[in-house]
Design a protein around this ligand. Structure first.
Ligand code: FAD
Ligand code: MLT
Ligand code: ZN
Length: 471
């Protein structure tokens, strides 16, 4: 072991090779505190060359590597196992914006750039970097790419994969693949970029990326709307898609139960809709024309929705601070859940045409089988992506509840997902959390192809083993 530490200190300055228990501790437990592990060392490289050299040492010694960004992932993908034999490569020092190409509307970023910093730097140049999610103050672009993160702007701009034009990757042998071309068309055989995106550090280590930029909208209007049912929420979405087309940039759903939990832990986050409806919808329109244009459009569509009986109440944010308040309310649900204790997350997508049936049946079965459970259902309705999370009945200890019911509750939800031809992971990935579920729901042909790819790209299985695939 000492030899390995020495080998790493030949690559990195000693202060960037963390091997004391105290120094390693902050890197060993995931955000949800669900997974904890041990590491031989935590390495903090500054350059792609250093990453490549580290991987070469690991490849020669069959040492497993866990790539780590902001460690905000929900599936334990960036947490090492308990062997104490894996190393973590954390990207916090690789945080340079290498270039902003104004004409090509692209930004070239190192893997450790914090998402919020990227948004701010892009805005300073008059551009929008549209990826946006609750963890943006700490998650990193390398982690976003490795998980193909979604967030709140997917409806208009797509997920991280859709925003990426090129990658630089260190392979399992320690070679550097330079695919940093900012091209919108490139049909030169297999798409390696798309293979690495969403692979959660199991096929290669992302060190840099070329990402798309968009013109910064000049006006944004945000509204909270009351819907009485899932059917009316979807009718509202369809109406906005038809009338507002590409101006529709956000369409998020929060149930009454989700917002009550929010209010319990963050009383300042009370729902401004006095009616406290079963479904509160947050809608955002963005425009490149004028304030009046989008405001007028918003009012017209809301009026139409009132007249059609689709919505019963609405409040339009009158200024930026109120609009931010609406978004804060949405994004605090995750924090409220964490404050309440351990919960069972389901990050699923359902075709919009089956969503009503999914929620009706799953809610009914859940309440019949587990009386008193709290269904914290919210999410990116515009993408058909629900965070159908389950908290134990009030007064029941979460750990005790989860240890008895985690498996059957997951099975209940995922069998309904299967019935509706949905996905068991919309945007959070698989990590070490959903290995069995992936095996059960991906289908054997797809699962075997994934294994074949893993064996081809990482035959020694040193890149984040036992994540995504249980090998
Ligand atoms: P990490 O957690 O450090 O790593 C995630 C995975 O990527 C691991 O498997 C890791 O090994 C791998 N990895 C990291 N860096 C690299 C690299 N450079 N090369 C190869 N592999 C790498 N997610 C969403 O999709 N949508 C949301 O709306 C959303 N909201 C969230 C809200 C909160 C409050 C929190 C805490 C999390 C949320 N997440 C959401 C989950 C999480 O933020 C995302 O998955 C994010 O993309 C993870 O980025 P990270 O830098 O923290 O990655
Ligand atoms: C979000 O959209 O806020 C997160 O992805 C959801 C979660 O906490 O499950
Ligand atoms: Zn989400």
């Amino acid at each position: 072991m000492q030899n390995l530490i020495e080998a790493f200190t030949n690559i990195l300055d000693k202060q960037y090779v963390l091997d004391s228990e105290e120094d390693k501790a902050p890197f060993l437990t995931d955000w949800r505190k669900r997974f904890s592990g041990k590491a031989l060392a935590v390495l903090l490289p500054k350059t792609t060359q250093e990453v490549a050299q580290i991987v070469q040492v690991c490849a020669s010694n069959q040492l497993a590597i866990v790539p780590q960004g902001g460690h905000t992932g929900f599936c334990g993908g960036a947490t090492p196992d308990n062997s104490g034999k894996q190393i973590i490569i954390n990207f916090k020092r690789m945080n340079q914006i290498r270039a902003i190409d104004v004409e090509n509307q692209t930004i070239t970023l190192e893997a450790g750039c914090i998402l919020q910093t990227i948004q701010e730097q892009a805005a300073a140049q008059g551009f929008l970097f549209p990826l946006s999610l609750g963890a943006e103050g700490s998650c990193m672009i390398g982690g976003n790419l490795a998980t193909n993160a979604g967030g709140t702007n997917v409806l208009r701009y797509g997920n991280t994969r859709d925003l990426c034009l090129g990658l630089e990757v260190v392979t399992a042998t320690g070679e550097i693949w330079n695919g940093l071309k900012g091209l919108r068309k490139d049909n030169t055989g297999y798409d390696l970029r798309d293979l690495f995106i969403g692979s959660e550090g199991t096929l290669g280590i992302i060190t840099s990326a070329v990402m798309k930029l968009y013109p910064l909208p000049i006006s944004q209007w945000t509204t909270l709307v009351a819907c009485d049912s899932v059917a009316s929420s979807i009718a509202l979405l369809n109406l906005f898609q038809k009338r507002a087309t590409s101006l529709l940039t956000g369409f998020e759903m929060m149930t009454q139960e989700s917002l009550s939990l929010n209010e319990k832990h963050f009383p300042q986050m009370a729902n401004p809709l006095q009616s406290n409806p079963p479904y509160t919808i947050l809608i955002e329109l963005s425009d490149h024309e004028s304030e009046e244009h989008v405001r007028q459009l918003l009012e017209t569509v809301l009026e139409e929705a009132f007249e059609a009986g689709i919505i019963s109440d609405a409040v339009i944010a009158s200024n930026l601070s109120q609009a931010n308040g609406f978004w804060q309310m949405r994004e605090h649900i995750t924090l409220a859940q964490a404050a309440e204790g351990a919960n069972l997350k389901h990050d699923i997508t359902i075709p919009l045409s089956s969503l009503e049936s999914f929620i009706a049946q799953t809610d009914r079965l859940m309440r019949e089988s587990y009386p008193g459970v709290r269904i914290i259902n919210f999410g990116h309705l515009g993408d058909g992506n629900l965070h159908y999370n389950i908290a134990p009945p009030l007064g029941v200890d979460p750990q005790t509840f989860n240890s008895s019911y985690e498996k059957p509750i997951h099975e209940l939800v995922y069998s309904q997902v299967e019935r509706c031809q949905g996905s068991i992971s919309a945007e959070h990935g698989i990590g070490q959390l959903k290995l069995q579920e992936l095996r059960a729901h991906k289908g054997s042909v797809a699962h075997n192809l994934m294994k074949a790819l893993k064996m081809a790209l990482d035959p020694q299985n040193i890149l984040n083993p036992h994540k995504v695939l249980s090998i």
